[in-house]
Ligand binder design. Structure first.
Ligand code: ADP
Ligand code: 5GP
Length: 191
């Protein structure tokens, strides 16, 4: 299928819902799509790699990049900054690639303002219990941080209505299949 115009695809959802897992699967099945790797000031988790999961930078460097207009959007939570590097996204869209952003709801709102054509997808858990189970299963955070992430989850979920689609990530294959269909429909001009 020809891809006449790159689409900006925003994927949001509470921490632990499965965004990273879903995005990895999407990238394998979408040869014309690339992932925008964000910058963050948080410390890497075990197994995370520089340039793959994030660019891990200092707060000082992050603030300098803000001043220089280097971010398409950024936000600050859990006492850390997260931002989308502007240059990469603009370059890939110009090359007619689809660009996937895995960002929070505040960032998504900025993207909506600057790119009204962006496709905004919210991923939600089948239940709060399941979200807790997944966060614990991932085993990357202590109890205090898990509690903070759950509080943030309520806020994220309350913003679902601003998204084009909300997808419940129950069965992983089904979730990925639904998203692929939504992207295909968007390319074919079907709302
Ligand atoms: P996020 O990127 O949203 O923080 P992750 O992709 O790290 O979430 O997923 C959190 C945990 O949930 C991981 O252990 C992952 O394997 C698991 N997971 C993701 N999707 C599903 C699913 N549909 N069913 C069960 N477990 C899932
Ligand atoms: P985590 O620390 O779990 O990797 O990410 C925490 C939150 O930051 C998630 O909701 C994630 O989507 C969001 N996030 C990651 N990168 C960016 C970014 O570049 N911009 C914004 N606004 N949020 C981001």
């Amino acid at each position: 299928m020809s891809n006449a115009k790159g689409t900006l695809i925003v994927i949001s959802g509470p921490s632990g819902v499965g965004k990273g897992t879903v995005v990895d699967m999407l990238l394998k099945r979408l040869p014309d799509a690339v992932l925008s790797v964000s910058c963050t000031t948080r410390a890497p988790r075990e197994g995370e790699r520089e340039g793959k999961n994030y660019f891990f930078i200092s707060k000082e460097t992050f603030l300098k990049m803000i001043d220089e207009g280097g971010f398409l959007e950024y936000s600050n939570h859990f006492e850390n900054y997260y931002g989308t590097p502007r240059f990469f996204v603009e370059q890939k869209l110009a090359e007619n690639k689809d660009v996937i952003l895995e960002i929070d709801v505040d960032g998504a709102q900025h993207i909506r303002d600057e790119f009204p054509e962006a496709l905004l997808l919210m991923i939600t858990p089948p239940s709060r219990e399941e979200l807790v189970r997944r966060l614990k299963m991932r085993g990357t955070e202590d109890e205090v941080l898990i509690e903070k992430r759950l509080q943030r989850a309520d806020y994220e979920l309350s913003r679902s209505k601003f998204y084009d689609y909300t997808i419940i990530n129950d069965d992983l294959e089904e979730t990925v299949g639904r998203i692929l269909k939504i992207i295909e429909n968007r390319r074919n001009g079907i709302k």
